[in-house]
Design a protein around this ligand. Structure first.
Ligand SMILES: Nc1ncnc2c1ncn2[C@@H]1O[C@H](COP(=O)(O)OP(=O)(O)OP(=O)(O)O)[C@@H](O)[C@H]1O
Ligand SMILES: [Mg+2]
Length: 426
């Protein structure tokens, strides 16, 4: 039997997926109503996979699918080019598929990336020439690109437009004299969209997204509803795992809880661990509890080792001070009150000034969330620091350990969780 747990890429609508029914229904209803949505979550929470299901649930089967990943754009020119490519892809799909009446565009859209379009299909070649035409300025080119996109409404019943990692709009407009100019042009064209156009802005950096959509001075101020995608809920995850593995035995049925708890419900990590377990354990029939715990601990340790590498690579440019600070937050189970306190200074060797300098950058880049809390009336407020991404927390609690040490800690933690859960049941 094929491994039902997909990881490392979005899960397509025809593949097994765990829950998220509420989100799919809610986001689809909003998008079909023409209400722009902003979806915020840490990386690899399932945003893309959910959105694919949202589209598949649209009542209008002839929909255009426009996906722009701003993380991949190095400049405004790149952004305009991708807008054109995505738009022309839809014009040419429409021509190929439903004008000739062969297939619905919906089934065309369900083709997976890579199989859909070559730039030569559409008008993209001439358009990219136009982009290199230095006589025209970027705002005009961007307006043209967006208007061409909006005009898809003459061909399709619905246009679903996704701006992924949208906070990067700020990165690509850094070089402009007016950093908000790009957003301003976008807003000014997009506000004249027809009711057929559904907009979704997605991203992993909550703080920046809030600046874009909640700051009065920003062009997109209050233009969209901000929605947060949380981690994977326990019950559906238990059902998903127990169902696919066919776990009936009481000990077996503790497995999903242990994995879920270990990774703090991080969707990618808990699904990847299930996938490893599937490959390794041939689904079920553990000889003893010892073997079972071994198998689970090994899979968790394997996933964790990979994730430590992934995050350290991604965070290569963090300063040693930042890493020491994140590690300290991780040791406090991922949330820390009074980050300038004596205890933190002692543990990290950082001064109050150094910690103060670190916080804005760490917050902006989504590593931490900062919240003001008011413990008691009349008393001074305090800051609470928490990890934005629970998997990053697990990683920083262990990143300085050697691989054998990680294995031992994982094994001990898994045994501990197992015992805790059993006592709970007892
Ligand atoms: N509900 C779910 N059911 C099954 N797998 C899931 C679910 N949610 C997330 N995943 C897992 O998370 C991985 C990432 O999913 P996806 O690419 O959709 O997330 P994303 O939030 O768009 O990520 P990125 O930040 O990289 O764009 C999938 O490969 C899958 O392993
Ligand atoms: Mg994605």
């Amino acid at each position: 039997m094929q491994n039902p747990f997909v990881f490392g890429r979005p899960v397509w609508p025809d593949e097994p997926f765990c829950d998220r029914e509420k989100e799919i229904k809610d986001w689809a209803a909003r998008m079909e109503n023409g209400e722009p949505v902003v979806i915020m979550s840490p990386r690899r929470y399932g945003k893309t996979s959910i959105m694919r299901r949202v589209e598949a649930s649209f009542a209008q089967k002839r929909y255009a699918h426009i996906w722009i990943d701003l993380m991949k754009c190095a400049s405004i020119k790149d952004f305009i080019r991708v807008l054109h490519l995505e738009t022309e892809k839809n014009y040419s799909l429409a021509k190929k598929f439903f004008e000739k009446g062969k297939r619905s565009v919906r089934s065309a859209n369900r083709l997976r990336p890579g199989a859909t379009f070559s730039p030569a299909d559409g008008g993209a070649m001439s358009l990219s020439l136009a982009i290199s035409d230095g006589l025209r300025d970027w705002p005009t080119l961007l307006e043209d690109a967006l208007n061409r996109l909006l005009a898809l409404d003459k061909t399709f019943d619905r246009i679903a437009v996704f701006f992924d990692e949208f906070q990067d709009v700020r990165r690509i407009s850094k070089s402009l004299d007016d950093e908000l100019a790009l957003e301003r042009v976008m807003r000014s064209v997009l506000q004249y969209r027809s009711a057929k156009v559904s907009l979704a802005f997605m991203g992993s950096m909550r703080h920046l997204l809030q600046n874009i959509f909640l700051d009065e001075a920003a062009p997109f101020y209050r233009s969209s509803s901000l929605l947060e995608l949380g981690p994977l809920p326990l019950e559906p995850y238990e059902e998903f795992i127990n169902g696919h593995f066919g776990f009936k035995d009481a000990e077996d049925r503790l497995i999903p809880w242990v994995i879920w708890k270990f990774f703090d419900a991080h969707p990618h990590a808990v699904i990847k661990t299930a996938s490893f377990l599937w490959s390794r354990a041939h689904r079920k029939h553990f000889k003893s509890n010892e073997v079972r715990i071994d198998a689970v601990a090994d899979c968790i340790a394997d996933v964790l080792t990979g994730e430590i590498e992934f995050y350290l690579e991604r965070n290569r440019r963090l300063s040693p001070q930042a890493i020491l600070f994140l590690r300290e937050v991780a040791h406090h189970h991922g949330s820390l009150v009074s980050p300038y306190g004596k205890e933190v200074q002692k543990a990290t060797g950082l001064s109050v000034k150094e910690i103060q300098n670190l916080l804005p950058g760490l917050q902006e880049n989504g590593h931490i969330r900062v919240r003001q809390i008011f413990p008691q009336e009349g008393k001074a407020s305090r800051l609470e620091i928490a990890f934005g991404d629970p998997l990053e927390k697990v990683v920083y609690a262990l990143s300085y350990r050697t691989e054998p040490e990680v294995q031992v800690i994982v094994r001990q933690t898994v045994e501990h969780l197992w015992r805790e859960k059993k006592e709970d049941h007892g």
